[in-house]
Design a protein around this ligand. Sequence first.
Ligand code: ADA
Length: 552
Amino acid sequence: MIRLFQTHTIRKQEELTEKLWNFTPLQGEHAGETFAVPTPSCWETYPQFGQYRGQGCYETQFEAEGNVHIVCKGVSHTASVYLDGEKIAEHYNAYTSFSAVVCGVPKGVHTLSIVADNRFSEESALHVPNDYMSYGGVSRPVVFEQVEQCFLEAVHVAPFWANGAWRAKVTVWIHNIGEQESISVRVRIAGNELVFSPIRLCPGENKLSGEMAFSEVLSWQPQRPALYTVTAELERNGQPFDDLVDRFGFREIAIAGKQILLNGEPIQIRGVCRHEDHPQYGCALPFQAMAYDLQQIRDLGANSLRTAHYPNDERFLDLCDSLGILVWEENHARGLSLEQMKNPNFERQAEQVTREMVWQHYNHPSIYIWGILNECASDSEYGKTFYQKQLDLIREMDSTRPRSFASCKFKTDLCFGLPEVVSYNIYPKWYHDTPAGEYIADLYEWIQTETEGAGKPFLITEIGAGGLYGYRSPYHTKWSEEYQAEALKEQLEAVFSFPDCAGGYIWQYCDIRISEEWWGGRPRTMNNKGIVDEYRRPKLCYEVVKRCFAIE
Ligand code: ADA
């Protein structure tokens, strides 16, 4: 499955994954041996490769001719892509898509090879030993498309409410790999049309914008997540020759004082943080597993989730759009120190993943806020320059959503003047035994009196405690399921009863694997703060969370 809807009816598209590919590790005891493996997948889920750090070559054959457009939805974590042995693309970061076009491919069977590398090194500033796992593999779908000399790259729809009706700004990007030529572009939404004709396409990138007005459309909202498709077609002499379909929802996000508004109504976040992680799939969860997680998250009574700590699979975001679950999506970073932010690759790699995240996920109505740099060095002037640059980049690409970042810097953060929303990760009752209500009130008071975050919406982006599944203690000691349930009860009651808090996210939905190299003394070499364990088995706190989320 590529998306939850058909993205092309004219353009030829074929998913190359969802079948066996040949996998050959390039280092280690099995170097050079070839195994038939399912894709998408992570090699940590193959026997003998559970701890393999190195390169792995994935290979498949497919029939093609003409202009071949290869789209990789995610390769973990560094990719080199070859067509018939010729390198056609490189990409860093497991969590965003990338593509390549090869022109004039002769008719016949061709070989696509993807070398994935999950090693840690100075080359990698974002995938570092950490409190989550950087897997290896072709972890998301790979798609082959046959394109003409000019083809649609993206269509962004920005709905807005004006004079009692919905309107939308529509922007279309067309890539022209040929000479200059005249064509027409037709955009259809909800029975309305926007036509650009004639358009002289220059070689390379071409961008068109227009506005559309609507009379009878339904707004997107969590209780009724109405979705619409936007269909764009390219026409030559009246004949359509390329198309692109995407989905969006008529909704607007705004900030009013200390409130976050969805279509004019304040939202109270009751959410969980979720890693893409599963003992049987690594980070390559199939659609059904993603859907299972979301059904459980909804069963908890959550209305939101935070994509800790990277852009998520677009099929997962499609599900959130369809189920009306609000999403805080953030770029890829977790807890990078000032030293790590000084890695010469950091700025380029962080900018790239931010740009790709906003560009690729722009139309998802479920995403209500963009986050950056979780718990990085926002307590330093040097760090602040990157917070500023990345928040500016997001504003430049998307003026329709607020921005934030999750801080853990207690009363030393220097960056609260930059985002629209102030957010904190706090662990009273776990990392320190402060009563949760006291801790939140003290922190909030400091923000209001000592920082430029005063008067802004305030979110708790992480709060939680560890609990080992199956560890029951009559003394309710830390790591017992009893302790975790009691801590979460106190924490959530404090968050949801705090008058000026826009809500909170539990850390975290499920237990996850962490990298051996980071370990941090964590039992099982896992992060065990899940409401459910890694197999999604509810812990004692599950029912407590459900009751707390249900409090009006
Ligand atoms: C931080 C971090 C999370 C996780 C959490 C914890 O807030 O953002 O990724 O590491 O701490 O479990 O301590």
